[in-house]
Design a protein around this ligand. Structure first.
Ligand code: IMP
Ligand code: MG
Length: 179
């Protein structure tokens, strides 16, 4: 990790402690259900890999990749499905795994699409939540950490596709992107 570019917000140990707690909570809540864990690529891949190993239940895994329309910095909330789920979610208890909920527009859109496919339930689990930035009414059922409005990288999260491999959840120093 290049500590001239990032500042550690939660180290690997703090993250794993919280991921274990979330796994236990989910294990309790989904007893006897038909759990399908849906990861939103690419940001959720590391969080999801750790989280599912802390869920002590039979479950299935699928992935979805979406991208925002256009290149504007202002998110319209209109997303395009780049990779859809491989299987039907009919009668499944869908748990969406996301790296971070910011405006909430992306997840709002994904939820609307998935609702139409007849799942038994849909809930959201995110590693990080920036509630101060919300534009769409999205309240994740499971939140790792609620954080102020900083730009985060590491543990799967990127800036221009970099830093996803950093093991800690880090704040990207503004000097990196304000150049
Ligand atoms: P939303 O639609 O504004 O909630 O955007 C959510 C998506 O924006 C996340 O899945 C991330 O890919 C990206 N994003 C939002 N905030 C950050 C951040 O601080 N670091 C890295 N990616 C972010
Ligand atoms: Mg993302």
């Amino acid at each position: 990790m290049d500590l001239e570019q990032v500042e550690i917000l939660f180290d690997r140990e703090q993250v794993m402690t919280r991921v274990k707690e979330l796994g236990q909570e989910i294990t309790n809540d989904y007893q006897g259900k038909n759990l399908l864990v849906v990861g939103i690529l690419k940001g959720a891949f590391i969080f999801m890999a750790d989280l599912v190993r802390e869920i002590d239940l039979p479950l299935e895994i699928d992935f979805m990749d979406v991208s925002s329309y256009g290149v504007s910095t202002v998110s319209s909330g209109e997303v395009r499905i780049v990779k859809d789920l491989d299987y039907s979610i009919r009668k499944k208890d869908v748990l969406i795994i996301e790296d971070i909920v910011d405006t909430g527009l992306t997840l709002h859109y994904i939820k609307e699409i998935l609702k139409k496919r007849g799942p038994r339930s849909i809930k959201i689990c995110c590693l990080l939540d920036k509630p101060s930035r919300r534009k769409a009414e999205i309240i994740p059922e499971y939140v790792g950490f609620s954080i102020p409005d900083n730009f985060i990288v590491g543990y799967g999260l990127d800036y221009a596709e970099q830093y996803r491999n950093y093991p800690a959840v880090c704040i990207l120093k503004p000097s990196v992107y304000e150049k």
